[in-house]
Design a protein around this ligand. Structure first.
Ligand code: URA
Length: 456
């Protein structure tokens, strides 16, 4: 077999066989197929797509590129959430300890910043000392002790996704339903979760701009996940505007702590609680989403999820005391303020803050990567002081912006300015959760939340 024939086959719209996909992915992981051929193949998949059978075969091959994590001996149920990527989306950092406090176990294998979207691993890495490159033994130990553990793909576990993910990030090949499906499901199969909640984003800041495309992605993820024997619920959620008030790696860790302390912004809390409610349902803690949400609200108010988050920080190498002391202070010294310019009337409402433009600006600030070898800045990012629906007057403070470099700041400011739209009336309220896509599940109502019970 030759890589060039496989690339040409996909370019011409052929369905690739399992053997061809196995050859291509395995040789890429072994280093005998170079990045330029893998990039050409990914672009061909982007344009030509894949059949469900091809997507399933690609997922299997990516999963088989490394070992899987054996969770035997640790009591479940193992429930995880995965987002298809957004801007300011830090729900994972709240959901993992919340699920753990409900008595579920969340074996979370996440990704880094991808395209204009943020990455859970980059956020966690901004906590000094925190390690996201756990060995399988460490992952198992922290999962058993704290109820959750957060790690990335390694050279042993889903190495094919580690390489392809980084390559797609810088070759404009992220927005492909089969590539996203295989990337996510290979990680989820490797981590050992039995049940999965997918947060499938739509809108300008999502990879799928249109709700109907997002629904296709949700159906692809649900079908492929169900075929793997997982219990699945997908929610279609809005990503037209960044979630919450912070975009940036450490800034988002701070905002996650706010959520765990009851002070999270309304839009972020709404999406987080709706996702948490489904995790509770899939884990057998609630009969339905409404009951699950109530349970999650009570659980957050108990303070247990915050305690577990800080316990996990200590387990994975960080210092919880230092983390709390750094809140509000760990910022890049290169900064600027962005002020409202609503135009001639001098008074207006913010009608929209375009998540894609903000995400793109955030990459320039240093939150994400322009090239595979770039490092991200822990302290770059931005804070919104006003969001859509807020009345504004000329000169009001809209955002504080922190950059890794003066050049990055200069590139980001005009994009951020352009991201804000004004109008003479407030915009209609945004629907944050559009739709649930779920096969039926059987809850186990006998297991209810006990804040004191702990996880060990
Ligand atoms: N999240 C992933 O893990 N992979 C993708 O391709 C997109 C989002």
């Amino acid at each position: 077999m030759r890589a060039v024939d496989i690339i040409a086959g996909k370019r011409d719209g052929k369905e690739l066989s399992r053997e061809e996909l196995a050859f291509f992915i395995n040789e890429y992981v072994a280093g005998t197929i170079p990045d330029y051929q893998a990039a050409a193949w990914a672009m061909a998949v982007f344009f030509r797509g894949m059949t469900p059978e091809e997507t399933a075969a690609l997922t299997d091959v990516m999963l088989a590129s490394g070992s899987t994590i054996d969770l035997s001996g640790i009591p479940g149920p193992f429930v995880d959430k995965h987002s298809t990527g957004g801007v300011g989306d830090k729900t994972s950092l709240v959901l993992a300890p919340l699920a753990a406090a409900l008595g579920l176990r969340d074996p979370m294998m996440s990704g880094r910043a991808l395209g204009h979207t943020g990455g859970t691993l980059d956020k966690l890495d901004s906590i000094p000392g925190y390690r996201t490159n756990l060995s399988v033994e460490e992952f198992r130990a922290f999962l058993a002790k704290d109820g959750f553990a957060m790690t990335g793909q390694t050279k042993d576990v889903v190495p094919a996704d580690r390489l392809l993910y980084a390559l797609r990030d810088v070759t404009a090949t992220v927005e492909s339903i089969p590539l996203i499906t295989a990337s996510i499901l290979a990680k989820k199969a490797a981590e050992g979760a039995e049940a999965l909640v997918f947060d499938v984003k739509y809108g300008s800041g999502a990879f799928m701009k249109d709700p109907s495309e997002a629904e296709k992605l949700a159906l692809s993820l649900t079908a492929a996940g169900t075929a793997m024997g997982k219990k699945i619920i997908a929610l279609l959620t809005n990503m037209d505007e960044p979630l919450g008030n912070m975009v940036g790696n450490f800034l988002e860790v701070e905002e996650s702590l706010d959520c765990l302390e009851g002070g999270g912004p309304a839009d972020l809390m709404e999406v987080t609680l709706e996702l948490a409610a489904r995790m509770a349902v899939l884990g057998g803690r609630a009969e339905n989403a409404a009951a699950g949400r109530k349970l999650c609200e009570q659980c957050l108010a108990s303070g247990k999820p915050r305690e577990l988050f800080l316990a996990n920080v200590a387990s994975q190498g960080g210092d919880p005391k230092q983390l709390l002391e750094m809140r509000g202070r760990r910022r890049s010294p290169v900064s600027a303020e962005l002020r409202a310019r609503p135009g001639p009337s001098g008074e207006a409402y913010i009608t929209r803050i375009d998540a894609y433009k903000v995400g793109h600006a955030a990459v320039s600030l240093g939150v994400g990567r322009g090239r595979t070898e770039d490092t991200v800045s822990p302290t770059a990012g931005l804070q919104f002081h006003k969001k859509s629906g807020c009345p504004v007057r000329e000169g009001d403070l809209l955002m504080t912006v922190w950059a890794a470099s003066e050049e990055g700041l200069a590139a980001a400011l005009p994009r951020l300015e352009e991201a804000v739209e004004y109008g003479s009336a407030p915009p209609a309220a945004r629907t944050l959760v559009l739709k649930e896509i779920a096969p039926r599940t059987t809850p186990r109502p006998d297991q209810s939340f006990q804040p004191e019970a702990g996880n060990a």
